[in-house]
Ligand binder design. Structure first.
Ligand SMILES: C[S@@+](CC[C@H](N)C(=O)[O-])C[C@H]1O[C@@H](n2cnc3c(N)ncnc32)[C@H](O)[C@@H]1O
Length: 222
C-alpha cells in the first residue's frame, strides 16, 4: 500500500506501523534544519526522510523491528534521500553523537495499544506503563548528544508522564521542558471502550473526550 506523509510517498504493508498525527507533530516542531539528527524508532522512515528532504544536515534512523528497517530503506531510496537506516535496540548500534535526537519509540500503555490497534501485532510495544522504552531512551541519550544537543521525546497521556518527567529531571536536571502539547479527540475505538480506560489518561469536556500528545525537549548543557 502507498501512504502520503506530508507530501512524501511511502510504501507500507499491514505488518508495519503507519505514521500518525504524532509523526506529523514531530515533523512540524522538531528544529532539525542544518542539524545532524538521529530518528530513534524510525518505523518505515517518515521522519528521517522528511528531516533530510527539508534541510537537516545529516540523518540517521534506527528501529528494533527488522521489517521497519527494510521499509525505511526502500522508502529513502524511493524518495532519493541519503539517510543512514539501521537495526538497533534503542542506542545499541548507534555509534555517533548528534545535535538532535528525535525519540518516537512506542510510548502508549499496552491496554491502549490493544484497544486502538495502532500497533500491528509484530511491532514492538511499550509495557503497561507506556513508559518503559521512553525511560531507557532518555537515560541513554546523553552519551549520544553533543554539547548543547537536544533530545525531543514523544509522549502521550497514555504514557506514565510522572515516570517520564522524573527521568528527565534525573538526567537533565532543570534543562528540560514541555515543548509542545495538544489535545487529540478520541477515535471511535477509544470512545467505544471509554469505560475501560483510566480516567487520569484523558480529558473530558462536556461530552467530548481527548487524549494528549506531549513533546518534551531536554538540552545537554555539559
Ligand atoms: C510510535 S512508532 C513511531 C514510528 C515512526 N517514528 C513514525 O512516526 O511512524 C514507534 C516505533 O518505535 C519502535 N521501537 C519500539 N521499541 C524499540 C526499541 N527498543 N528500539 C528501537 N525502536 C523501537 C517501533 O518498532 C516503532 O517503529
Amino acid at each position: 500500500m502507498k501512504i502520503d506523509f506530508l507530501g512524501i510517498e511511502l510504501i507500507a504493508d499491514e505488518d508495519v506501523f503507519r505514521p500518525t498525527l504524532i509523526s506529523q507533530y514531530c515533523a512540524e516542531n522538531v528544529p532539525f534544519a542544518d542539524k545532524d539528527v538521529l530518528d530513534l524508532g524510525c518505523g518505515i522512515g517518515p521522519l528521517a526522510i522528511y528531516f533530510k528532504k527539508n534541510g537537516a544536515n545529516s540523518v540517521q534512523g534506527c528501529d528494533v523491528y527488522k521489517k521497519h528497517i527494510e521499509f525505511a530503506k526502500k522508502n529513502a531510496k524511493k524518495n532519493n534521500v541519503e539517510v543512514n537506516i539501521f537495526l538497533s535496540n534503542l542506542y545499541e548500534n548507534v555509534e555517533n553523537d548528534f545535535d538532535i535526537i528525535c525519540c518516537d519509540v512506542s510510548g502508549v500503555q499496552s491496554s491502549i495499544s490493544e484497544i486502538t490497534g495502532w500497533f500491528p501485532s509484530n511491532v514492538p510495544k511499550a509495557d503497561s506503563s507506556g513508559a518503559n522504552l521512553i525511560l531507557k531512551a532518555i537515560s541513554g541519550s546523553k552519551k549520544h548528544l553533543r554539547r548543547n544537543g537536544e533530545l525531543y521525546v514523544c509522549a502521550t497521556s497514555f504514557s506514565d508522564l510522572h515516570l517520564i518527567e522524573r527521568e528527565l529531571s534525573k538526567n537533565f536536571e532543570n534543562q528540560w521542558k514541555t515543548f509542545f502539547k495538544t489535545k487529540i479527540p478520541f477515535s471511535k475505538r477509544l470512545l467505544k471502550n471509554v469505560k475501560s480506560i483510566e480516567k487520569k489518561t484523558y480529558i473530558k469536556e462536556n461530552d467530548n473526550y481527548f487524549w494528549e500528545f506531549i513533546l518534551f525537549k531536554a538540552k545537554n548543557t555539559i
